[in-house]
Design a protein around this ligand. Structure first.
Ligand code: IVH
Length: 672
């Protein structure tokens, strides 16, 4: 046994070392494959010896429990905010204030660091192990996010004993900024867009949303990272902030390398000016510089006023702005029919890329900022991906500037537009509108959906204009028009055949992909997956009642109403008929393959079951054709009751409903 334990520990320390090399230093020593082998060996040994699993094992980064409620935790030391400075004069004033308030002004030096634009968090370690992670909250107390922070691979779950014991660091707190790299964020955001989910405006919002998610498995899939910048510890070994940073790095934390020790305020100013320009080259978003007095003694001498320390200040970068002119304002029709204004700009260079469009969101925004055609405007790219118009330069307004009227008819199909009560958005309601057709075709063919290689925006535009495609079902008719396609300019025989092959191949896509590809409102990839797990085929979904749909975990009324609306339109039913005929998959492989022993039976689950979790019991019932609802009624067929069953049990007894326990359920589904 001791041998297995040693093996496990040795694998863990190898894995920890390689995680550190890869995620903290960015200098992997082995190939991904080799790392996976180590990880799998550890997983196997732990599975065989579950008693040897410890919470700090690299396999335990991703927990399976959902966080139902985020516990509030009071910070031992308040998480302060910083006061801001915006220019050289204010930095010099800060330096003067410091010098006036310390005993030895000649000894003041500063550490300057980049101010990372993310979400701050506090990590508490005890005996070298990560115990708790907490959000900043209101600075006094925050919310516990330990399970989510554990998924960040650059966060050490444990620190090697020889490192912390040597300096008596039995308990310490590390603060840092959780963030997403810009590229990783953009990739993640475009995946969301393809799945029909709402996109985030910038990496910070996306990080803030992710860190508060209930399911650590989902958090683990998101590209979160952390830079640590503050160590709180009772250790006589640390006398300066720069020593803290060095120590953090030595303990295995990720510290941003761009910090600098400055001996006077002029060096600080130079650092700020340097990064004001250079920051566009960084792979993550920064919004300024943090300037900290280096000596910890001087820090405590200076103390805190209100909510900010006197010993530190932020220098805020100027937002990335540029001036340009609005050449045109177009109204764009999206896949859902929403008509939104987009400004065409005279191309201008901003934060490293050429900008020629800006979103205007809606008419309210245009009125509020009094934006007119031909106006000179200031555009800004904060953390946002798409630049926005900050304001109009009033002094440059001339006789060519022109007020904008919202369109009354669709700019593409000329049908009358509709504005739902209480919404600022306006919609084109014509399902045959070319813009919507194109949007639907693009979504249908996109990577997360039917993934038809070669069926991109440009081809779709062309095919719709040539009336080769009027709806998604027409895609599967294209093979009858091969000659016509080949005669289209720029489309050779080879690319046409490749496209037709890709179309044929798409017929193998699973039911859930097809369901998502239809582009029904609220049916993103996740919802499509759940529907295809719970229903045998499309006809079951078309005929499902509200109870059946909303009894699926995490699926609410809006999905049901959206499905009902979609299937109430004959044209959509006709489309599905055509797609079925073309050979697309409208049957769920998952539900079909498993049994149907519980076909049509409605269960309610109550109490704690001896071996199954609620979720497991539910999916077991569902995969055998049954369904699980939340409330006991006369329509309930069976109550699956565990220990500490409460009012549901007595209600079921009153209504004369069959009551079974977990072993009863196993009996019902076992194969004879
Ligand atoms: S030091 C008292 N250092 O900026 C020390 N903060 O308003 C306070 N931030 O809440 C924090 N990068 O979220 C510090 N290198 C850095 C930082 C940093 C980003 C954030 C942090 C804090 C806010 C200060």
């Amino acid at each position: 046994m001791a041998n297995v334990k040693d093996n496990i520990e040795s694998l863990r320390s190898k894995i920890r070392k390689h995680e550190y090399q890869y995620y903290v230093l960015g200098e992997p020593l082995i190939a991904d494959f080799e790392f996976d082998q180590l990880y799998k060996s550890l997983e196997k040994l732990e599975q065989e010896n579950p008693n040897l699993i410890t919470p700090d094992s690299p396999t335990q980064r991703i927990g399976s429990d959902l966080t139902k409620e985020f516990r509030t935790i009071r910070h031992k030391v308040s998480m302060l905010s910083l006061s801001n400075t915006y220019n050289e004069d204010e930095l010099i004033a800060f330096d003067n204030r410091i010098k006036e308030n310390v005993d030895s002004p000649e000894e003041v030096s500063y550490v300057v660091e980049l101010k990372i634009d993310g979400v701050s968090a506090s990590l508490i370690y005890e005996d070298g192990k990560l115990k708790t992670a907490v959000t900043r909250g209101d600075g006094v107390s925050g919310e516990e996010i330990t399970n989510n922070v554990k998924t960040i691979k650059s966060v050490p779950l444990s620190i090697s004993e020889n490192k912390w014991k040597a300096i008596d660091l039995y308990q310490f707190e590390v603060r840092g900024e959780i963030f997403m790299e810009i590229d990783a964020f953009q990739e993640y955001n475009s995946e969301r867009e393809k799945r029909g989910e709402k996109t985030f405006a910038n990496p910070r919002n996306s990080t803030a949303g992710t860190i508060k998610m209930q399911d650590p498995k989902i958090v683990a899939e998101r590209p979160l990272d952390i830079f640590t910048y503050y160590l709180i510890a009772d250790s006589r070994n640390i006398q300066t902030h720069s020593e803290s940073l060095e120590l953090l790095a030595e303990l295995g934390f990720k510290v941003n390398k761009n910090y600098k020790l400055c001996n006077n305020i002029n060096e600080v100013v130079d650092y700020c000016n340097f990064w004001e320009n250079e920051r566009v080259k960084l792979p993550y978003e920064t919004d300024g510089v943090v300037i900290k007095v280096n000596s910890l003694d001087q820090q405590s001498e200076l103390g805190t006023i209100a909510k900010s320390p006197r010993w530190a200040v932020a220098y805020k970068f100027k937002p990335k702005q540029a001036t340009t002119r609005i050449k045109d304002i177009r109204w764009q029709v999206g896949r859902t029919g929403a008509v939104t204004p987009v400004a065409d700009l005279e191309p201008v260079l901003l934060a490293g890329s050429t900008i020629s469009h800006a979103t205007l969101h809606n008419m309210d925004e245009i009125r509020r900022k009094d934006i007119r055609l031909n106006d000179k405007v200031i555009i800004e790219k904060g953390g946002d991906v798409i630049p926005k118009i900050v304001k109009v330069i009033d002094e440059e307004r001339n006789e060519f500037s022109q007020k904008l009227q919202p369109p009354k008819v669709c700019p593409v199909c000329s049908s009358k537009l509709f504005q739902p009560d209480g919404e600022v958005a306006i919609y084109c309601q014509n399902p045959n509108c070319r813009a919507q057709i194109k949007g639907n075709l693009e979504h249908f063919s996109s990577r997360g959906a039917m993934d038809i290689e070669g069926m991109g925006k440009a081809i779709i535009d062309q095919f719709v204009e040539l009336e080769l495609l009027k709806n998604i079902a027409d895609i599967y008719n294209l093979k009858t028009k091969r000659d016509e396609l080949i005669s289209i300019e720029r489309l050779g025989e080879k690319s046409v055949d490749n496209l037709l092959n890709a179309i044929e191949e798409s017929k193998n896509k699973s039911f859930e992909k097809v369901l998502f590809a239809l582009g029904i409102r609220y049916i993103g990839a996740g919802v499509a997956q759940k529907l295809s797990d719970s229903f045998k085929n499309i006809d079951e979904i078309i005929n499902a009642d509200e109870e059946k749909v909303t009894s699926i975990h995490d699926i609410g009324q809006s999905v049901f109403y959206s499905l009902r609306q979609y299937f109430s339109i004959d044209q959509n039913l006709d489309l599905i008929k055509k797609l079925k005929l073309a050979g697309l998959n409208f049957e769920s492989s998952k539900v079909e393959k498993s049994g149907s022993k519980l076909d049509g039976l409605k269960f309610v689950i109550t109490g704690t079951l001896p071996t199954l979790s609620r979720e497991e019991a539910k999916s077991l019932i569902e995969s055998n054709g049954g369904s699980v609802v939340t409330t006991v009624s006369k329509n309930t067929n069976l109550l699956l009751a565990g220990e500490k069953a409460g009012s549901k049990l007595s209600k079921a007894e009153k209504l004369g409903i069959n009551i079974i326990d977990e072993s009863g359920l196993f009996k019902m589904i076992q194969n004879d």
